[in-house]
Design a protein around this ligand. Structure first.
Ligand code: ARG
Length: 430
């Protein structure tokens, strides 16, 4: 029986070559699946239909495009927002979030068509292979996983030559492609750019690698955006350009709910115009490599900042601090390909339970290269003006403080009495 392979197809050089390579190598029938998670199909100079046709021209027996944007926003981005997820404190997990969803569709398609294997175009040095393979194993451990780009040992130039030999439509030429050899991955949550000149961590990223962020020529001097949240989910956006004093182009009013995909897309545009939302970092990959990565994620960074800020108003101190320690763990698990692991799923339940009262709004001020929180407000906030104020409406019981502080420090006082502090204030270290 002919082997059937479901391939994660992006429309790029590697996965186009992979279609043919799998056919040649395994005499297999290849089913190409492209998942729309909000990337711009124009990357590959085409729309989704043209992308589908390209995989067929490369030899695929079937080509399927799935619009998974809503699902991606609801079931993948929202849990990441509840977890304020930033890998190594900086990276909002753009690619790490999309792989488990793409894998889910590959496995589903394999089930429908009775395929024995799935294939992906990731290389040996990256994290994406880990995420695809672990997700597939978690969802159907009986499926074989193939990674042609890890096996074929072709250089970029050889892949182009291979494509030309089999008449596979691609947009690279040996020379033009080598001139800008960036590896780019994009979805609703942002854009990752690696390789090329960026491989030297000392080199400043060239301006032309960015497409979501950059100072726009018709920029307002400054703008205030209000993001409304309900139980941790962003549900509304309102924009007020500040210097013009009049309401111009409100994105939407607070009582007019906006879907998640539109909200994230609009925030990306509006904040990106102010040139904010870039990340330049040296990142620790799961495979042990340090890698210089550049990202642009204006909406992700702004939403995480706003959401975290609202939580600071609403959540009780112990819960907030404990949650923070779990957030880091969650980001590592997802980065490492453990989306479908029992620990990650259990942590999701914890985060969901923390979001019940995370309702309110956060004001962000945008100006050239900047986005900062300038106000927050919640009907369920724990902020009590009477307790916080230094003015006349103060209800805090000042007399309680003396005994509280004495007991809080009793152990320390006892220790210091038994062991008089070192007379050298540096503790002898200097
Ligand atoms: N370093 C990031 C990650 O591991 C981005 C990966 C981007 N993938 C790509 N094929 N360019 O999540």
């Amino acid at each position: 029986m002919t082997k059937k392979i479901v391939l994660a197809y992006s429309g790029g050089l590697d996965t186009s070559v992979a279609v043919r390579w799998l056919i040649e190598e395994y005499k297999a029938e290849v089913i190409a699946v492209a998942v729309d998670v909000g990337q711009n199909p124009n990357w590959h100079h085409s729309d989704w239909e043209a992308l589908r046709e390209r995989s067929l021209k490369a030899g695929a027996a079937q080509a399927i495009v799935v619009d998974a944007k809503e699902e991606f926003a609801r079931d993948f981005i929202m849990p990441a927002l509840a977890a304020n997820a930033l890998y190594e404190g900086q990276y909002p997990l753009v690619s790490a979030l999309s792989r488990p969803l793409i894998a889910k569709y590959l496995v589903e398609e394999a089930g429908k068509t009775g395929a024995d294997a799935i294939a992906h175009g990731s290389t040996a040095k990256g994290n994406d292979q880990v995420r695809f393979e672990l997700s597939v194993r978690a969802l159907n451990p009986r499926l074989e996983v193939l990674a042609p780009a890890r096996t074929w040992g072709m250089t970029r130039a050889e892949s182009i030559e291979y494509a030309n030999r089999f008449d596979i439509p691609i947009f690279q030429t040996a020379t033009s492609d080598n001139a800008t050899p960036y590896s780019i991955d994009e979805n609703l949550w942002g854009r990752a750019i690696e390789c090329g000149i960026l491989e030297d961590p000392w080199q400043e990223p060239p301006e032309d690698i960015f497409s979501l962020t950059g100072l726009s020529s018709d920029l307002k001097e400054s703008s205030v955006i209000t993001v409304g949240f309900e139980q941790g989910i962003p549900v509304s956006l309102q924009e007020r350009p500040v210097l013009s004093k009049k309401q111009v182009n409100p994105l939407t009013s607070n009582d007019e709910p906006i879907g998640l995909v539109d909200l994230i897309t609009k925030l990306t545009t509006v904040i990106g115009m102010f040139g904010w939302g870039r990340i330049d970092m040296v990142e620790n990959r799961r495979v042990g490599i340090k890698s210089r990565e550049v990202y642009e994620c204006p909406a992700a960074l702004a939403l995480i900042m706003a959401h975290k800020d609202l939580e600071s108003l609403v959540l009780e101190r112990d819960l907030l601090h404990f949650k923070e320690s779990l957030e880091q763990r969650w980001a590592e698990l997802v980065y490492d390909g453990m989306w479908y692991s029992p620990l990650k799923e259990a942590l999701d339940q914890f985060f969901i339970s923390t979001q019940r009262w995370v309702t309110g709004r956060v004001k962000l001020r945008l100006s050239e290269g900047r986005c900062v929180v300038i106000g927050r407000d919640s009907p369920s906030g724990m902020y009590d003006m009477h307790l916080a104020t230094y003015g006349k409406d103060d209800t805090f019981r000042h007399q309680d403080a003396e005994g509280f502080v004495r007991l809080w420090g009793l152990g320390l006082t006892t220790w210091a009495t038994a062991h008089p502090p070192d007379t050298n204030p540096s503790g002898g270290r200097l």
